[in-house]
Write a protein that binds this ligand. Structure first.
Ligand code: IDP
Ligand code: MG
Length: 153
């Protein structure tokens, strides 16, 4: 089923010049970019994004980090995109993430792990709505769309 997911290139991803690298991986995989915004998060918006973690000991540090420098907020569309993007991101802590994943290849850190990605359809819907109005999500066809999923299964 075609799904959408929210992917944020976090402050360390921008500061470490990895935005292009990360976007390129999703593009090459075949995901369709349908929305993008370069923003400085307020601490209030960071708190809303990460509200499920509000009682965790790392929450305040996470909010400060998320609002410490601009981020690139994107929405990608594909069949099964939520799980595929999570696999491509790798495990939460950079030092535990598998080589070949974004975090595994570029992060050694616990909290500074470059990228956020929605973890379920419900989270994706809530998170996309935090950042985008429906008219900011673009409906268009990819020229190679017919080649992405195969025509023989
Ligand atoms: P996820 O980003 O892989 O979904 P979550 O458990 O949802 O991981 O945590 C959200 C974010 O909070 C992580 O990406 C990371 O930046 C930060 N974080 C999670 N656990 C810790 C921790 O133990 N120390 C510091 N930061 C953490
Ligand atoms: Mg999460």
């Amino acid at each position: 089923m075609t799904e959408r997911t929210l992917i944020i290139i976090k402050p360390d991803g921008i500061q470490r010049h990895l935005a292009g690298e990360i976007i390129a991986r999703f593009e090459r995989k075949g995901f369709k970019l349908v929305a993008a915004k370069f923003v400085q998060l307020s601490e209030e918006l960071a708190r809303r994004l990460y509200q499920v973690h509000r009682r965790k000991p790392f929450f305040e540090g996470l909010v400060k980090y998320s609002a410490s420098s601009p981020v690139l907020v994107t929405v990608w569309e594909a069949q099964g995109v939520i799980d595929m993007a999570r696999k491509m991101m790798g495990a939460t802590f950079g030092y535990e993430a598998q080589a070949g994943t974004i975090r595994g290849d570029f992060s050694c850190s616990r909290g500074y792990n470059l990228i956020h990605g929605s973890d379920s359809a419900e989270s994706a819907e809530r998170e996309i709505n935090l950042f985008f109005n429906s008219d900011e999500i673009i409906d268009y066809e990819l020229a190679d769309g017919g080649w992405l999923y195969g025509r023989n299964d």
